[in-house]
Design a protein. Structure first.
Length: 124
């Protein structure tokens, strides 16, 4: 159910973007139809079909947004991710390998001298 609403939500978002870009504005949206017609400060005209379609897509977009939020809240387990991470790790059946004797916790490779290591010479 959530996937269906999500797909509808994405389609509505693309349609809403397209409808808004197609509308004529004071600047002439996408350069279609020139600038504003009539007068500079003309009265508000009757809503066109594009304006009504914009309202429809906007309302439908908000409804799908709210429904996705409600579905996500219902599907939440009630605990946070941090609380889920706090659970104990399952025990492994294999014991950890013991450290070799005589190293006293030093896992670095043995050195032959106390001199610092020099990088190898580049071959020409």
């Amino acid at each position: 159910m959530e996937n269906i609403i999500l797909v509808i939500h994405l389609i509505l978002a693309v349609c809403l973007i397209g409808i808004v870009l197609l509308q004529r504005s004071e600047g002439g949206g996408l350069g279609i139809g020139g600038g504003g017609g009539g007068g500079v400060m003309s009265g508000r005209s009757a809503a066109s079909a594009l304006a009504k379609l914009t309202w429809f897509f906007a309302v439908a977009f908000i409804i799908t947004s709210i429904s996705l939020t409600v579905l996500a809240a219902r599907n939440a387990a009630g605990d946070s991710v941090i609380e889920r991470l706090g659970t104990a790790a399952p025990e492994t059946s294999q014991p950890a390998a013991p450290a070799p004797a005589g190293l006293d916790g030093n896992l670095l490779p043995p050195s032959t001298s106390d001199a610092p290591a020099t990088p190898p010479k580049a071959s020409e």
